[in-house]
Design a protein around this ligand. Sequence first.
Ligand code: HEC
Ligand code: HEC
Ligand code: HEC
Ligand code: HEC
Ligand code: HEC
Ligand code: HEC
Length: 180
Amino acid sequence: MKRLLFFSALLIFIATSAFSRGLQDKVTMNSDATGPIEFSHYVHLEKVGKNCPSCHNTLFNIDPAKPRLTATMKLMEEKAGSCGACHNGSRAFSVKGDCAKCHPTRDVTFENDGGPVLFSHEVHTGMHNCAECHPDIFVPAHGKNPPVSMEGMEKGESCGACHDGGTAFTVKDNCDTCHQ
Ligand code: HEC
Ligand code: HEC
Ligand code: HEC
Ligand code: HEC
Ligand code: HEC
Ligand code: HEC
């Protein structure tokens, strides 16, 4: 009996380490609204133990015979689905904040005839939620938005949705604040 127990423990150990050795660390999930979401297996296996069933397949299905489980932020917050099962502010940082920890952003430069314009996510996400810009005003993929003229912006397109002299300084002036 003891030998059998030892043997099965050994088998489980071999199986798990073989699994984690062959395991892909970085997994990218995709959302039209925010662009890619990064998840690291290695970081998580260290934080929650090498415990695959704590996530598979109840929170994230990887059985190819069944559909992928998707979730909205609302489900994560209210029903503790998906990442929200742990990212609730006590076990791990909450899905209600720290958006950029899971949804990475970077600064983007628009090349154009008026001189390059640097758009800073850091400045804007301090004041606006991702969903206020994505995907309605900007598809979250650099180069995938058709170019907009200043005339279009004055009518409320693109940056002009906010830079209208109301929500933020107007595009009819302040050229140098945007154009380097
Ligand atoms: C903290 C949660 C968590 C733990 C623990 C975890 N995973 Fe994952 N795993 C994920 C997520 C999230 C995905 C992406 C799911 C998706 O795209 O729907 C994933 C995807 C996968 C995939 C598919 C990869 C691909 O490219 O499609 C495999 C295989 C996998 N995990 C194996 C494992 C194994 C084996 C373990 C244990 C050693 C493990 N996972 C532990 C969260 C976890
Ligand atoms: C712990 C990681 C994590 C954090 C923190 C997080 N998200 Fe998400 N978010 C995800 C994942 C994963 C998905 C995609 C889920 C799927 O496809 O199953 C997603 C999807 C979304 C979506 C598309 C689905 C929907 O609900 O409309 C939006 C928009 C979004 N996140 C915005 C935010 C904002 C804003 C914040 C900060 C308040 C935030 N997220 C914080 C992981 C996170
Ligand atoms: C089984 C519990 C669990 C689930 C499910 C889970 N996480 Fe985590 N995650 C943790 C813990 C614990 C930490 C470390 C504590 C902290 O940073 O607050 C962590 C840390 C992180 C970090 C910070 C990594 C770093 O380098 O410090 C990111 C980013 C993250 N998780 C993203 C996600 C995303 C995206 C999902 C869903 C696809 C997810 N997590 C699902 C438990 C979980
Ligand atoms: C004030 C508006 C605004 C807000 C708020 C905003 N973004 Fe963006 N985002 C942009 C603009 C503008 C671009 C560049 C689009 C282009 O190049 O055509 C962009 C591009 C992106 C890209 C693509 C970057 C690349 O290199 O291709 C991602 C991913 C992204 N945003 C994610 C987010 C996430 C996640 C949030 C919330 C944490 C967010 N954004 C909040 C305006 C915004
Ligand atoms: C809120 C930021 C912002 C302000 C303020 C702004 N612009 Fe622009 N401008 C842009 C961006 C971003 C583009 C590139 C848009 C694209 O490629 O979709 C652009 C494009 C242009 C272009 C090329 C397209 C066209 O309409 O011919 C010119 C020229 C231009 N701006 C001149 C100006 C002048 C002159 C002013 C001041 C009266 C000004 N801009 C104020 C952000 C701004
Ligand atoms: C969802 C609304 C919104 C959109 C869309 C938006 N902005 Fe802004 N932006 C703001 C607000 C609010 C401020 C701060 C208020 C102010 O300075 O009038 C700001 C400030 C700025 C600043 C000053 C940053 C600083 O460091 O002080 C620049 C530059 C800027 N925006 C460029 C852009 C460009 C370029 C675009 C389009 C690619 C854009 N913004 C789209 C809301 C927006």
